[in-house]
Design a protein around this ligand. Structure first.
Ligand code: 6GU
Length: 221
């Protein structure tokens, strides 16, 4: 999988990509990430990426041309999508992550909240939001999507972890039961004694019961 990110703040991504699963996936060459600074595709002396809105009003609007030029430079793979990150897009979820994980390439455009020239619609295949709230830009959403997609790519996670993501996909108990580790007693709080019995049948039954309770609480909210 290759990710291409269009942003005016490429440095935001540095520390995130140099740790944990993204770092490992890059090292194993299971993913590739190419950064494209939209500002590099401006042609004027001041490298202007935005301008005032036609018709007046507050805020500045991302210009179309630098985005167009940046997209033009990107080598396209066969199964590829161009996604605009915007709070008005379709809400990202696990199913969307699963679909994206099957692509060869995901091109993510991190817009700014104030807006982007609406003709960007002609350039993108999807518009995606990561939830019903407003962020100032698409940089964090790009990281969220890259993480959710990368962990689904075969070989990125260890065996145990990948089983977990499968069970989310299949809508089974996804770690909805509470987990405990040593010590068995901390201050006055004990881990459930059933988990210390070594009786796998009993433990499984207990976890199932707890998962059902967790699921019920979630849907009742
Ligand atoms: Cl993708 N962008 C912005 N600016 N805000 C958001 C978002 C995206 N998703 C949720 N809020």
């Amino acid at each position: 999988m290759r990710f291409d990110i269009l942003t005016i703040f490429p440095k935001i991504f540095d520390s995130y990509f140099s740790e944990t699963i993204i770092k490992r996936a890059l090292k194993k060459k299971l993913i590739q990430i190419n950064m494209h600074n939209i500002r590099d595709f401006t042609t004027d002396k001041h490298h202007t990426v935005d301008d005032r809105p036609y018709g007046g009003g507050p805020g500045m609007i991302f210009k179309l041309e630098p985005i167009f030029q940046a997209l033009k430079k990107i080598n396209r793979r066969k199964k590829s999508k161009i996604v605009l990150l915007t709070p008005t897009g379709k809400q990202f979820n696990q199913q969307m992550a699963n679909r994206f994980a099957k692509l060869d390439q995901l091109i993510l455009i991190a817009g700014r909240y104030e807006g982007i020239d609406a003709r960007v619609d002609k350039l993108v295949s999807d518009k995606v939001s990561i939830g019903p709230y407003v962020l100032s830009g698409g940089e964090l959403p790009a990281m969220v999507i890259i993480e959710a997609v990368t962990r689904l790519i075969p070989g990125v996670l260890g065996h145990k972890d990948s089983a977990k993501s499968d069970s989310f996909t299949l809508n089974k108990e996804y770690l909805e039961y509470p987990q405990y580790t040593r010590p068995a007693k901390f201050k006055k709080w004990s881990a459930p004694s059933v988990l210390l019995t070594g009786n796998h049948k009993l433990i499984e039954a207990w976890r199932k019961k707890k998962s059902n309770i967790a699921r019920k609480n979630k849907t009742e909210k």
